[in-house]
Design a protein around this ligand. Sequence first.
Ligand code: FDP
Length: 342
Amino acid sequence: MVQHSATSVVTIDRFIIEEERLHPEATGELSGVLYDIALAAKMIASKVRRAGLADILGSADLQNVQGELQQKLDVFANETIIKALDHGGRLCAMASEEEPDIIHIPEGFRCGKYALLFDPLDGSSNIDVNVPVGTIFSVVRKITRGTRGEMEDMLQPGRRQVAAGYVIYGSSTMLVYTTGQGVHGFTLDPSIGEFLLSHPNIRIPNEGRYLSVNDSYEQHWDDPVKALMRRYRGLDGERKAMNVRYVGSLVADFHRNLLGGGIFCYPPNRKSPKGKLRLLYEANPLAFICEQAGGAATDGAGRILDIQPTELHQRVPLYMGSKSDVDIARQMISGTPALIGA
Ligand code: FDP
């Protein structure tokens, strides 16, 4: 890992290029993908910042100069990412939580050796009440032989990711990512429009303080899940009680737990037997980050990153965060004792 002193000002572009230099075989294509994502993140951040103004700026803001109606933010975020990345010659295809099928690179643009999967605006039901939302992304290598990306390129287990990250549009905008060399966080300085390294080499505590779960599903949980939640709350006398914190915006809940230690749980319930969260756009990228920071992620049976996806919008139960807390989840839900992860 590149070392920087506490006082050096490191932009995300400088950091990406210094990481690339550690790999003499690198062609710069992955760096290009990351630059483009950082650019899209700045464009989305500037729009999110103005979200609450739509009502008072009224129709002027709701209609653009061509007279088109203003787009919803999640649609804007989706299109911004696609437009920022479809022409660079580094991607063979994309997949988005907002789109039913693979997004192909338009005719006339070169196809590259990576595929991008993303959730453009996670937690979007929170926008109207000014709660943080986020963007999540995952990059895998193309594995098929043709020029254009295919479904097989998208349906790879999470352990094959070469990069993953998220952007949180909170009290400040942060971009946190990994390329498998630790997890690094950058805060957007709006006065200069640059992401600056603010959280190098993030590590998640082994045991967590926070429990993030939507309790309103308790009546629909199976008994092992109910017992697990009692454990985390300190009600069975086996563990110190955790503090419950649930924003209901995955990126915000994950970010807090990553920095402070904790576990995010979205268990299956009788109404949603696979939970709610998407394997390819949410669970895989955040699980990769979590493991790189020293944490773990399971669906209750095995490691999230080992699941072979079968469809683009597959859902998966998720327990993710501090390693020892995630291991308790796996033990109590699957009934097996050994530790997961390396
Ligand atoms: P949202 O529906 O607002 O987009 O995956 C989507 C997500 O939010 C996550 O960000 C969040 O953690 C989860 O759903 C919240 O779901 P519940 O309301 O069922 O708890």
